[in-house]
Design a protein around this ligand. Structure first.
Ligand code: PHE
Length: 458
């Protein structure tokens, strides 16, 4: 990063901007969460709703977050204070921080499972295991009280270490090589998965929409996941926007990051569903889906041992580039607003998040701690870990709603236009369309989804 007018660090190149924002966006959401919720909510029709959410809501909200961040050049909370002093708008950023806390608490647990799978891959733990045995391996892991907690702690130490050690730039340099490598591996897995005997059913599941499977809860999940996958609604992209140089084209950056994120998710689905059907895995298996499915694929491909290790290592790295950003959002606030040293801020944030995450992890094994949630017109009960995932799917769109209103109605139109057009240097013929989307389309769609979800209308 370079200094910008002696004020705030900015990314050194266009590529660095995209790589860093894509590193934040691409993570477990694309490869772990997208396939399993697609499995639960019935495939193609759900994917279609997800894509609609990305275009109608995701794109405008991402641009809005970049606008806030680059205009204010501050952290998630202070950016709102800067642009709208002495108003309660800073609460949008504060709400985002709480959401970030919650997300990182379960994110670390799932990333911990990924580390365990790196270990299994290295020790040849998948070899000659039947689909049932691979299922048992996963169940044994998550119902073991200490192993997942230990892996989660290792992952959180890594995350905090990167933030503290200042190797963030180093990580970004690696990510620039490793993320394209992840893409290549997924494409290789796609080819293997599609050519498996019995893959056809999986392809139909992905591409032949059955709208009768769509319900209010599915639509809410699609919206929540669009926010989650693009890292929107919690001001993470505000923080990132504050590091983007004044010469970058925010509109193009938004398009590129969104495209990269969406392509990776779809390719991950393409690697997983043909295999799900070919190996008789339940599409509705939930959070374990990728861990139950892909080891079967590695067992059935040349150099599967090598690809297995590579895949889980890269997944862990993708998780790490997202988790350091999540932690950074909280640390930047503790540091700049609460005047804690960066070291103290990192330690306080990481240790409390790790503690919460450990507790969540134990609700899969020895602690029974369920929480209720009202959706689809009735009450449901979830283990704490699942509850956190569900609740973040609601919190992100709420945050996104306020971000949209803020940019649509509260910020001065001239400031917004100035930021998007780089003070008139770039032609933005689509600006009035953006205004309609950020003022009306995105907020109304979010509210409609919530009303629909609460009352279970569709
Ligand atoms: N988008 C990340 C993923 O897909 C998760 C994330 C959400 C990161 C919100 C930052 C903020 O894994």
């Amino acid at each position: 990063m370079e200094k910008n007018n002696g004020q705030r660090e900015v990314f050194s190149s266009k590529f660095a901007v995209i790589a860093a924002a894509a590193g934040l966006a691409i993570g477990l959401g694309n490869i772990w969460k997208f396939p399993y919720i697609t499995g639960i909510y019935g495939g193609a029709a759900f994917i279609l709703v997800y894509l609609i959410c990305i275009v109608l809501i995701g794109l405008p909200v991402m641009l809005a977050e970049f606008v806030i961040g680059r205009r204010a050049r501050k952290n998630a909370v202070a950016s709102f204070q800067e642009l709208s002093p002495n108003t309660p708008w800073y609460l949008t950023g504060a709400f985002g921080l709480v959401t970030g806390y919650i997300i990182l608490s379960f994110y670390g647990v799932i990333a911990g499972w990924t580390l365990h799978y790196v270990f299994l891959a290295i020790t040849n733990g998948f070899k000659n295991q039947s689909p049932e045995q691979l299922n048992n391996i996963f169940t044994t892991l998550i119902t073991n009280p200490w192993q997942p907690v230990a892996w989660q702690l290792i992952f959180m130490v890594l995350t905090a270490g990167v933030i503290l050690g200042g190797v963030k730039d180093g990580i970004e340099k690696y990510a620039k090589i490793l993320m394209p490598l992840l893409l290549i591996i997924i494409i290789i897995l796609d080819i293997r998965a599609i050519t498996l005997p019995g893959a056809k059913e999986g392809l139909e599941f992905l591409f032949k929409p059955d709208f009768s499977k769509l319900n209010a809860t599915a639509i809410m999940s699609a919206l929540g996941h669009a926010f989650f996958s693009l890292s929107l609604g919690m001001a993470a992209m505000v923080t990132y926007g504050s590091y983007i140089g004044k010469k970058e084209n925010l509109g193009i950056t938004t398009l590129q990051v969104t495209l990269a994120d969406t392509v990776i998710a779809l390719l991950a689905g393409l690697a997983i569903f043909p295999a799900v059907f070919a190996f008789g895995v339940e599409p509705t298996s939930g959070p374990g889906l990728v861990f139950l499915t892909l080891p079967n694929v590695f067992n059935k491909m040349p150099a599967g041992y090598f690809f297995g290790i590579l895949f889980f290592v890269l997944l862990a790295v993708a998780a790490l580039t997202s988790s350091i950003s999540l932690l950074e959002v909280v640390v930047a606030y503790f540091n700049e607003n609460l005047k804690m040293s960066r070291k103290k801020a990192t330690l306080v944030a990481a240790s409390t998040i790790a503690l919460l995450g450990s507790f969540e992890s134990l609700t899969y094994s020895i602690i029974k701690f369920d929480l209720p949630l009202f959706k689809g017109g009735k009450w449901h009960s979830f283990a704490l870990l699942d509850w956190m995932i569900e609740i973040s799917d609601l919190m992100l769109p709420i945050g996104g709603f306020f971000i949209a209103i803020f940019v649509g109605f509260v910020m001065k139109d001239n400031d917004v236009k100035d930021e998007i057009s780089n003070s008139g240097e770039i032609e933005v013929a689509w600006y009035s369309a953006f205004k309609v989307f950020i003022r009306w389309v995105a907020p109304v769609a979010i509210i409609a989804t919530f009303i629909n979800m609460i009352f279970g209308l569709v």
